[in-house]
Design a protein around this ligand. Structure first.
Ligand SMILES: Nc1ncnc2c1ncn2[C@@H]1O[C@H](COP(=O)(O)OP(=O)(O)OP(=O)(O)O)[C@@H](O)[C@H]1O
Ligand SMILES: [Mg+2]
Length: 253
């Protein structure tokens, strides 16, 4: 029951299979994201959500199936490959460095010339980093407060925001978020959801994974349901209820 959208998906996964030893984690899954579309990816524990997005972000290759970006077949050998194609991922377990401040975390590993350096040059670079970090956070319409704060001093929501800002710095076309709110209090989760909504305006596609279906329904344009490695639902969000989604997730009637 897939309603066709106008135009072409930005990214398309076709017939994806993945085995882990004897476990058939993905059984021929088709998955696509259109430009500026937020796709909620839901399913019970072990349904294959993380495996699917890890294939999409270059963590591991599919055993069968193909990935197309703007209609062209791509093969990712690493997450770096996927990033170079415009796919960024934010995981629940964030890779922030606690004893660095916000700008340093945003630019970490991207601009060695900026982060490194000594003396006056380093100071100039530091100033530029702070300005760029501030501009980026403003574009994202988020307020981190004190940019000099160390990542270790930030709240969960602020940390998540910095991680998202970091992922968006390279202006990706697709942002994958695997349970970005799982460790957050309700208020903080709400801020992250607001950020996801803002991304839509920038034509960035989003894959949003969460066990909190209320959240998924609050941000997603389309909902894809996985059950035991198979896609069992693909609906415009306004044509599916949470109850129906739960039934698809667990199976039965
Ligand atoms: N690296 C791995 N090695 C072996 N088995 C794995 C690996 N990653 C996932 N699996 C198995 O593949 C299946 C799908 O797991 P996956 O992590 O994709 O599920 P999920 O939908 O993300 O679940 P959750 O909601 O718990 O995060 C499970 O049976 C899991 O045990
Ligand atoms: Mg998972």
């Amino acid at each position: 029951m897939v309603r066709e959208r106008e135009g072409r998906p930005w990214v398309e996964m076709r017939g994806i299979h993945k085995w882990f030893g004897g476990v058939h984690a993905l059984k021929g899954v088709d998955f696509s994201v259109f430009p500026g579309e937020v796709v909620g990816l839901i399913g019970d524990n072990g349904a294959g959500k993380s495996t699917l997005i890890k294939i999409l972000s270059g963590v591991f290759p599919p055993d069968k199936g193909e990935i197309l970006i703007e209609g062209r077949r791509v093969r990712f050998r690493s997450p770096k490959d996927a990033k170079e194609h415009g796919i960024e991922t934010v995981y629940q377990e964030l890779a922030l460095v606690d004893n660095l401040d916000v700008p340093a975390n945003i630019f970490l590993g991207r601009e060695p010339a900026l982060v490194g350096g000594r003396g006056l040059l380093a100071l100039l670079h530091k100033g530029q980093m702070v300005r760029e970090a501030r501009a980026l956070l403003e574009r994202l319409k988020v307020n981190i407060g004190d940019l000099n704060a160390l990542a270790g001093e930030l709240s969960g929501g602020q940390r998540q925001t910095v991680a998202i800002a970091r992922a968006l710095y390279t202006e990706p076309r697709l942002l994958i978020m695997d349970e970005p709110t799982a460790a957050l209090a309700v208020q903080e989760a709400r801020k992250v959801l607001g950020l996801v909504r803002n991304l839509k305006e920038k034509d960035i596609g989003v894959v949003f994974i969460s066990h909190t279906l209320q959240e998924v329904f609050a941000v997603a344009d389309r909902i894809v349901v996985l059950r035991k490695g198979e896609k069992v639902g693909d609906f415009p969000a306004d044509e599916l209820t949470i109850d129906e989604a739960v039934k698809l997730m667990v199976g039965g009637e």
